[in-house]
Structure formats: C-alpha cells, structure tokens
Ligand binder design. Sequence first.
Ligand code: ADP
Ligand code: 5GP
Length: 210
Amino acid sequence: MSLHKKGMMFVLSSPSGAGKTTLTKKLAKNNTNFKISVSHTTRTPRTNEINGEDYFFVKKEEFNSLVENNSFFEYAKIFNNFYGTLKEPVLNFLNEKKDVLFDIDWQGTQQLKKLSQLSLVTFFILPPNIKTLKERLLNRHKGQEKLIEDRMKKFNEEIAHWTEYDHVVINDDLEECYNKIYQIIQQEKKGIKEKRNIDLITKKVEELTK
Ligand code: ADP
Ligand code: 5GP
C-alpha cells in the first residue's frame, strides 16, 4: 500500500546509450500504474520513433512559445537540441495516483528536485564498461560515427552527476537491472530508502572514466 496520496515521480538518467529509455519503457510496459512522461523535443525523429509516443517532435518556435507560457516543469539544451517536460500531463497522472517515469538528463533532474512539493525518486544508470556502451551506441546509430563520437565525448561530463541521484544502478544484464530498479521503486513506495553503496559506485565511476 502506497504511503502517498498522489502518484510518485521516478527519474532515470544516464550517459547516452546506457539504457535508460529501454528500462523506462520496460517498466511502463510491465506495470499499468506507471506512466511515461513524453517529452517535447526540437530534435529530428529517428527512423523507429513515433511522434506522441517517443517524443512530441516540435519546431523551435513551438518549443519557445511553451517556454514563454511557463508550460514546462523543466527544460534543457542537450546536444544542440531542446528537450522539455510539460507540467499538465504529469500533474494529471499524479492526481490519478499514477506513478510517472521520466527519461531526462541531469539538468532536468536538478530543476525537478527544486520543486519540493513533488515526491521524486532519482536513478542514475551506468553502463557495465565503455566497450559495451560504444557497442550499444553503434547498434542504435548504425554508421553515424560523428554522432557517436559526440555522445562519447559528453560521457565524463554526464557521469560526474551521479552523486546527485538517490540510486545508482549498473545496466549489464537488462533483466537484472530492471528487477533491481523495480525492487527499489516498490521499497520507495513503502517509504523505505535503500542506502547507496558509495564506495562501490565511486570505484565503478573511476573505472569508467579513467
Ligand atoms: P539511452 O536511453 O540511455 O540513451 P537506450 O535505452 O536507447 O539508451 O539503449 C541504447 C541501446 O542499447 C539500445 O539499442 C538498447 O536496445 C540497447 N540496450 C539497452 N540496455 C541493454 C542491455 N542491458 N543489454 C544489451 N543491450 C541493451
Ligand atoms: P535522445 O536524443 O537520445 O532521445 O536524448 C538525449 C538526452 O535528452 C537524454 O539524456 C534524455 O534523457 C534527455 N531528455 C529527453 N527528454 C528530456 C526532457 O524532457 N528534459 C530533459 N532535461 N532531458 C530530456
């Protein structure tokens, strides 16, 4: 039984390619109480992406007018594109006691954390190693060497933000990682906070960034 009158918010962030989108979708697919917050973005859709499902793909002008109307909970510029989370759909889900999943970066997470009235739990996902991360990016962006290089360059900057998150989970085996996150969510919904193993994570981050 949840301690919370409204739904809770669960954020998943990671360096690009570590698996947060896959994990977010798997959580929503397996649990009808989880709803994904579909972001707005000015980036162009990838071939397999569906407007309104993966993102709302909008022109810069539309994004700017949403910013001006104060419609976003948070927004950020990432890899030369803008990304943002609308307030209204999230508040509707929370009022319906749905838990909302966010696949957003550290800048957006920092902005959400400032809104103290929200029940927010944050996860940072790490890849098992750099070789695997590159393979995953290559798999997702076949032939786009420059794009992969740009995303890898951002890796150290992004990973430095792990300390700002409640939980840090390594995505090696997908099923294992999913189960770990799901178990933490169940605990958090009961008001139980599991402590991070700081030493272990520090060591892992050192290994990934050396
Ligand atoms: P992110 O949203 O963090 O950028 P994605 O979820 O898009 O990353 O994952 C990047 C790629 O890696 C995708 O092609 C996805 O299918 C694959 N992937 C994600 N997690 C795993 C895993 N545990 N094992 C193998 N492949 C994975
Ligand atoms: P991608 O272009 O690979 O889908 O996403 C690039 C980055 O943007 C990822 O780190 C993703 O989590 C982040 N992102 C997606 N939507 C939002 C959003 O609404 N706000 C913020 N701050 N980041 C987002």
